[in-house]
Design a protein around this ligand. Sequence first.
Ligand code: 2BA
Length: 108
Amino acid sequence: MKMIIAIVNNDDTADVCSALTEENFMFTKVSSTGGFLKAGNTTLLIGIDDAYLQRALSTIEQHCATRSVSIPASTLVEQNPYDAYTSRDITVGGATVFVLDAEQFIKY
Ligand code: 2BA
């Protein structure tokens, strides 16, 4: 048994959730906030049998696109003083995915 923790861009949430539901995966949607951009994103908790892991991961991959976001250069650690009023493009997922071994799966 695995637990997939997938942090998904809010623009992709509806699409990826529909796809997971269509494929009969069960999941929990948690509203979350990125620590860096402080923008809303969605964390999906997906408990799954090992045999279905790859299918779930490819469903997530297919429905989550990377995108470019413009942020103030002053937000970046490596800024130089001349960057204070400019912006930079950074690439944002897609999805950031962790796969954990679930020791037990219990429903009471
Ligand atoms: P945020 O923390 O808001 O990060 C948004 C995007 O900002 C990141 O995209 C990355 O491109 C950039 N970024 C983050 N920290 C940075 C830094 N210190 N310097 C420069 N750029 C930085 P993604 O990597 O695709 O991450 C999207 C979201 O996934 C993150 O939102 C966060 O909520 C989550 N995430 C990413 N890596 C994580 C990790 N190792 N642990 C927990 N959550 C993570």
